[in-house]
Design a protein. Sequence first.
Length: 126
Amino acid sequence: MIAYLDTHIAMLLAAGRSNRLTTEALGIIRRANLLISPMAFLELEFLYEIKRSRLPARDLFEKVAHETGLRLCDLPFATVASAALVESWARDPFDRMIVAQAKANGFAWLISADQDFKRHYPRTVW
């Protein structure tokens, strides 16, 4: 099973706040091959730059990777961008690409607190 972490979820895990996740989300995290979209990785750096995260993206990623086995997804950008073309509900390019990444990888699970994700991508778990 493959599951993607949304940006916010990666931040929660890095901060040691997995208690904020549901039992279902934690179960998937424990069982799945965890991936993060390169767009979520980039968003983590943006959040660091605007001081909404305490760790640079690389440090945060390495911490979560060490604890969970998280890997950066290597699907070709063109494949993900093509999948994102139909995600017209999302105005935020980060959100659009994060959902498209999970969809392009066989409708993988996506762990996110974002209610728009839940409304538009049925394999979202919070």
